[in-house]
Write a protein that binds this ligand. Sequence first.
Ligand SMILES: [Fe+2]
Length: 202
Amino acid sequence: MDEYRVGTDTATVAHALGEPITPWQGGLVQDLVPRATASPNTYSGIFGLDRFPFHSDLAHWRTPPRYLLLRCITGHAAVPTLLLDAHTIYDAVTLDVLGRAIFRPRRPRDGKLTLLRLYEPTEAGGCFRWDEIFLKPASRIGDIADCRVREELANCKSLSITLARAGDTLLIDNWRMLHARSPIPLGREDRKFQRVYLEGVR
Ligand SMILES: [Fe+2]
């Protein structure tokens, strides 16, 4: 949505569009700004201003947030957001393999190490999760799926969406679409988005 409700704060926009969740204290609206250095436990800490790889958000959660809303505060046409439909991966790797591929979070969460499948059927048509940093294969089929998904991601065509003007808003189905950030060119470090997770949309 181009220049959607400019002048209205992102929390109000999110409440108008669906049911926002607060994934951690103070996290209803999250500021996303490029950082050359950051905590090593984050994408910015690992990739800095380089391209972020395709992933779904909070893929290590038992149930990742259903939707994410991205809203441009300061944008640049040179920094598109890339999207990839998981159906491309379903076709290449098969739901059978993805549904049997067991992964685990890189670190225990709340002291527990949960085993997760890359694909789980749901009433909404399935939930695909992918995060090459924070999820690790934990079974033989997991290893096979890991290789095949990576191969597919290296070769597939993605969709490029530019949120360049204040208020430009993108609602992503986090169970179906993977997203990635293109690299931040020199001089574009002031790019700022806000993000809100939603469990439902109106
Ligand atoms: Fe993300």
